[in-house]
Design a protein around this ligand. Structure first.
Ligand code: 13P
Length: 333
């Protein structure tokens, strides 16, 4: 039985017409993104950047929750308000990424297993005390002629199942994120085949480990060809492949699906989300849980300068609004 607390938390997070803001880049990833715009990545610059995002005026009209990183949930804004509390003040449900990144799987080059199950229960108690209500765990799959292997799919699906079960025991909402990467030169059909196998394995594990499917959110990739593949796919081909795959693999009990953007540019990600939703209604709420396609423009506009804070927030608000419209299939470019 899904507890009332979990049901309430899910309802607030899968609110129709809103999505999620992923601001949970690990320090190395945040540093990479900041370096692109000449911003030095320090504990303090990351804090200022996350404060800017979380305090964007009006953001809760389009965004229901924000995913934070371990460092961020322990930080406070310039006035000393903890960032989790700042999120709540701005109408956003705070959540936290709880996996501890990936390691290469034994002698399998470019196959990764996500870690972080050790002491997860203890960490959840701490995160809950800090104010987080939901969590995220990302598994990652590289695609080429040999990858992902069934063993890598199985191992990561198993870890996702274990993670989700432990998180639900703590009455927090687990976001289950299996990401099939768009790096490579695989075709759209190949991306569809791999994503289907991954999602089938994930839902098998969730069921085997008695995870309540009405108490999770799924964060998958859209089905797109590899970045280096020619030809690239049209907006409608991506939407059709994505909808077909989700309908085949995601049980109707799952309340919400929030896509990652995966390296798509802002406008393409929004156009895809819109076109996918034009195929609805679906059994699940289908929306965004973007990092790059939501925050890239904001980071660029801010570029580490306090004087640019308002333009950074305006850039985030703009993308959030358009994606919220796209989550209802009402966006026109
Ligand atoms: P992107 O939207 O940049 O892919 O990030 C989403 C995310 O949370 C990756 O874990």
């Amino acid at each position: 039985m899904t507890s009332t607390t979990l049901v309430e938390r899910i309802e607030r997070l899968s609110n129709n017409g809103t999505g999620l803001l992923a601001a949970d880049e690990s320090n190395p990833t945040a540093s990479k993104r900041m370096a692109e715009f000449g911003v030095e990545s320090t504990t303090e610059s990351r804090r200022r950047y996350r404060e800017l995002l979380i305090s964007t005026p009006g953001l809760s009209q389009w965004v229901s929750g924000v995913i934070l990183y371990d460092e961020t949930v322990r930080q406070a804004d310039s006035d000393g308000t903890p960032l989790c509390r700042l999120a709540v003040k701005n109408g956003l449900v705070p959540g936290v990424k709880v996996d501890r990144g990936t390691r290469v799987m034994g002698d399998r080059p470019r196959e990764f297993l996500t870690e972080g199950i050790d002491a997860l229960g203890q960490r959840l108690v701490e995160y809950r005390d800090l104010g987080a209500e939901f969590t995220k765990w990302r598994a990652v799959f590289q695609v080429d002629a040999e990858r992902p292997t069934p063993e890598a799919i199985k191992a990561n699906a198993h870890a996702l199942g274990k993670y989700a079960a432990i998180v639900q025991e703590h009455e927090m909402v687990p976001i289950v994120e299996p990401e099939v990467l768009m790096e490579g030169n695989h075709s759209l059909a190949h991306a569809e085949e791999v994503t289907s196998s991954v999602l089938e394995a994930v839902f098998q594990e969730l069921t085997d480990q008695r995870v309540a499917l009405d108490g999770i959110l799924l964060k998958p990739n859209m089905i797109v060809p590899g970045k280096q593949h020619t030809p690239q796919a049209s907006i409608s081909e991506v939407a059709e492949a994505t909808v077909r795959t989700l309908l085949r693999t995601v049980p109707a009990a799952v309340p919400g699906i929030g896509f990652l953007s995966g390296g798509q540019d802002d406008q393409t990600a929004t156009a895809h989300l819109n076109e996918i939703n034009r195929h609805g209604p679906f059994p699940w709420n289908v929306t965004f849980s973007f990092a790059r396609a939501l925050t890239g423009a904001a980071l660029k506009a801010w570029s580490g300068k306090d004087a640019n804070r308002a333009s950074g927030q305006a850039a985030l608000a703009h993308r959030a609004r358009l994606n919220a419209i796209a989550s209802q299939g009402r966006y026109s470019p």
